[in-house]
Design a protein around this ligand. Sequence first.
Ligand SMILES: Nc1ncnc2c1ncn2[C@@H]1O[C@H](COP(=O)(O)OP(=O)(O)OP(=O)(O)O)[C@@H](O)[C@H]1O
Length: 292
Amino acid sequence: MTTELSPHHHLHGQSFFDHLRRSLENLCAAHTAPPNAESTATTTPPDASPSAPLSQDPVIECTDVVRAYTRGGGRGLFSRNTQATTVTAVDSVSATIDRGELVGIAGPSGSGKSTLLHLLAALETPDSGQITITGTDTASLSERGRTRLRREHVGIVFQRFHLLPSLTATQNVALPLIEHGVGKRDRRARAQTLLEAVGLGDRLTHRPATLSGGEQQRVAVARALAGDPDVVIADEPTGELDSAASETVLDILADVATEHAVVVASHDPAAIERMDRVIRLRDGTRDTDGHA
Ligand SMILES: Nc1ncnc2c1ncn2[C@@H]1O[C@H](COP(=O)(O)OP(=O)(O)OP(=O)(O)O)[C@@H](O)[C@H]1O
């Protein structure tokens, strides 16, 4: 059985993420990307930098968001004409997510958690209402613009880790930094710092198949942090893990939330229990917004 090490082993009187932030600030200063032309089509005031680390503006603002899917209505291989039905997966949801918050999205199966999470991550856009990420309206961007917005501001953690099997832990974490224009040596240094922060300093050259589920998820969290996002969005991050590994991943996400916004959609009562605040969904609408 693999022992799950707590990242807090590595804390030396300060948050490890303070150290991480400083190391990334140094990297970013050396690799500042040119301004995004599409980011002019935003709601950000012209004098505000969308990624200013000390900004008090919400990281994500979601206003009366609706997302519906249409099913059927076609002629299938095994069916005659079927009646089209519309499912409103997310129905008039409003929410604000700030830096320093660990926010849960809870609700029964089919209540709209994944759909809302995809909207908050700019993987999808709403049919109506508005979602802004660090001031940029996600619907105002082209597909490419949304990809760039995600790359610069959003880190995503999936239930099944989605690591590349042929790459080592370090290479998996370093991969997103290629698109940030970070050089090879700096990518490796940054990836190693992140892996040490999540307690995997002794697993740097391991490939995913040789890591436990909890370790793979910690690699996935480190990868999500590689580009120093404003928000980390996690879909059922403990869904595949035993309770000890879940606790470790939740400890790390709570630590990440001291510096970033973190949003976690989960069925897992132990995960929801750890959240600062919970957005509860029922049939796509918001039930309550209270403390878990
Ligand atoms: N791509 C899609 N096409 C059609 N219907 C969809 C699609 N995605 C989601 N839905 C429907 O929207 C509703 C909300 O789904 P969603 O996956 O967001 O819920 P969930 O709370 O994440 O569920 P679970 O906990 O089971 O993952 C469901 O009725 C689902 O069937």
